[in-house]
Design a protein around this ligand. Structure first.
Ligand SMILES: NC(=O)c1ccc[n+]([C@@H]2O[C@H](COP(=O)([O-])OP(=O)(O)OC[C@H]3O[C@@H](n4cnc5c(N)ncnc54)[C@H](OP(=O)(O)O)[C@@H]3O)[C@@H](O)[C@H]2O)c1
Length: 304
């Protein structure tokens, strides 16, 4: 089958478009999906570069990718809730390929009215944003939460979940992005402006997708007893300086019903995740180069 594989770690050029990669095998509890699309997530290029070898060890050659949308080709003997032809989406593994095997327990249907290709943009970012707010931050109605990188993919999902929970949301973005962030219908904060951060009153929670010194500056703005959830990274030793704050890293896990909820909200126009580009799978290397430079938005890779 066609798939994009890495044979060794390194730059975007290490992504090789193979036309004769071995097809994955369906077991009793899984489903074979003819992929329509996958999407590029920052973790893909962090793994490709070798930076995550310790926590995500791979057997090379390996197929990268976490998101898949497509059509069911066949199902395992124990699978009764999917049939060939169903439109589906999942948070899975080895998704930079035209065929992807997915455990039926993490697969969900794409609702009518939701674009099958754009559905591939959802799984990882929706799970991460949602679990940042519900699990890491333990967000509650009427609490104030700052969401950093709120115009990024995980940030948009975190804002969406926080609003659904009835939280007061402050979207923390670059100064140049304030107007765009205000269009999300929430309050805004420029996080490249130290004076603006200084003026911010203490908040109940932060959902951070940016990391680094920005995250460290915002941790100081959380009330004692408050929560700080993060998806990216914190400077060494930062969390220890704030023993009165619960600091939790999110590690996104699959939740099929929650992916379906996000897909329903996309269909209903309640959640908007802009897809900036659709590129063919064979151009994965170009897509990674663009994504790593930053500011590229969400890139979807077309599997056929
Ligand atoms: N732990 C997990 O399970 C998990 C899962 C998924 C993602 N993640 C991590 O979460 C992070 C976000 O992922 P994503 O898919 O949302 O990426 P993304 O779509 O590129 O979003 C990142 C956003 O943050 C903004 N940003 C970056 N640095 C900034 C800074 N210093 N000040 C203000 N804004 C800044 C970016 O703005 P520009 O576009 O202008 O640069 C962009 O809007 C990544 O580090 C990713 O690895 C973790």
């Amino acid at each position: 089958m066609k798939a994009v594989r890495i044979y060794e770690y390194g730059g975007p050029e290490k992504l090789v478009f193979d036309t004769e990669a071995p097809e994955p095998v369906v077991s009793g509890d899984s489903v074979l999906v003819e992929a329509a699309a996958t999407s590029v997530n920052p973790i893909d290029w962090k793994i490709r570069s070798g930076a995550r070898q310790k926590d995500v060890p791979l057997t090379l050659p390996a197929i990268l990718g976490r998101d898949v949308s497509g059509v069911v080709r066949s199902v395992g003997a124990n699978v009764h809730n999917f049939k060939p032809g169903d439109r589906v989406v999942a948070l899975a593994n080895a998704t930079y390929a035209e065929l992807v095997v997915v455990d039926a327990a993490v697969l969900t249907h794409v609702p009518d009215g939701c674009d099958l290709v754009d559905a591939a943009a959802l799984p990882l970012i929706a799970m991460t944003g949602d679990q940042l707010v519900r699990v890491a931050v333990r967000g509650q109605r009427d609490q104030t939460i700052v969401v950093t990188g709120a115009l990024g993919s995980v940030g948009r999902a975190a804002v969406h979940t926080a609003r659904k929970l009835g939280m007061r949301v402050v979207a923390a973005v670059r100064g140049a992005q304030l107007a765009e962030a205000a269009a999300l219908g929430v309050e805004t904060l420029a996080i490249d402006d130290l004076a603006a951060i200084g003026k911010l009153a203490k908040v109940d929670a932060v959902a951070d997708t940016v990391g680094g010194e920005t995250a460290a500056a915002l941790l100081a703005k959380v009330k004692d007893g408050g929560t700080f959830g993060y998806a990216s990274g914190l400077p060494e030793g930062t969390a220890e300086k704030y023993p009165a704050i619960t600091v939790t890293r999110v590690l996104a896990r699959p939740d099929a019903s929650k992916i379906r909820e996000f897909a329903d909200d996309v269909r209903d126009g309640k959640f908007v995740l802009p897809v900036s580009r659709r590129m063919p799978l064979r151009e994965a290397a170009e897509a990674h180069a663009l994504a790593e430079r930053g500011g590229a938005g969400k890139i979807v890779l077309l599997a056929r």
